[in-house]
Design a protein around this ligand. Sequence first.
Ligand code: 0O2
Length: 213
Amino acid sequence: MEGINIKKKIEEIRNEMNKDQYYLYCQYVMGILTVKIKMIGEQLEHKYNREIIQNVSQRIKTPESIYAKMIRKGLKPDFSVAKEKLNDLIGIRIVCLFVDDVYEIAEMLKNQKDLTLIKEKDYIAKPKKSGYMSLHLIMKVPVCIDDKIETKTAEIQIRTTGMDFWSVLEYQLLYKKNVKGADKIGKELKGYADEIASLDRKMLKLRNRIEAI
Ligand code: 0O2
């Protein structure tokens, strides 16, 4: 019975998302952000004469994931509430090579006149208990259609290739999963995150040494 209700609720969220050109609005926001990030990448490449941004990806949160997150947060699993309470219905991920690049990209995004920073979460300076590292910017993006200007919220995750490697694997192996022996596995994964953080620091030092030659 509960399974049927969950399915019904997810279908309701899906139907709501299919209304009012919601996906088109999201694509508009992702398009604006992707172009801006591309321009930032080119400016930095020109400035430092090396490749900075490795990869940019984007996604719209699925109805299943919205439902699960609302329940996790103890919120009513309605799409109207999700639009108000969840910051990551639109998600953009930027993967770059070095830790200092993460912060420079973030600064450049924060300096964009049409974007407004709502919240910044520095999981690099202060990694999550799991070991997860990334810099999150929650930004408001204006969407101008016809004579209306609306703002939409997007979560931009910025991290190094090493942090991305860890987080993609940990997501698949453990994150939000009911795994037997999760404590032990989590501890092991946290150890690997620490190793990656240490490698990132060493690579940055090495790059600085090479640049000083
Ligand atoms: P999914 O499936 O990736 O969308 P809030 O408290 O509302 O400001 P929020 O969004 O509840 O913020 O929490 P948080 O911790 O900032 O997490 C935001 C996103 O970061 C998550 O979205 C994940 O994508 C990623 N993330 C956070 N912690 C971890 C972790 O321990 N491991 C991995 N692999 N990723 C993590 P969702 O919606 O949880 O998941």
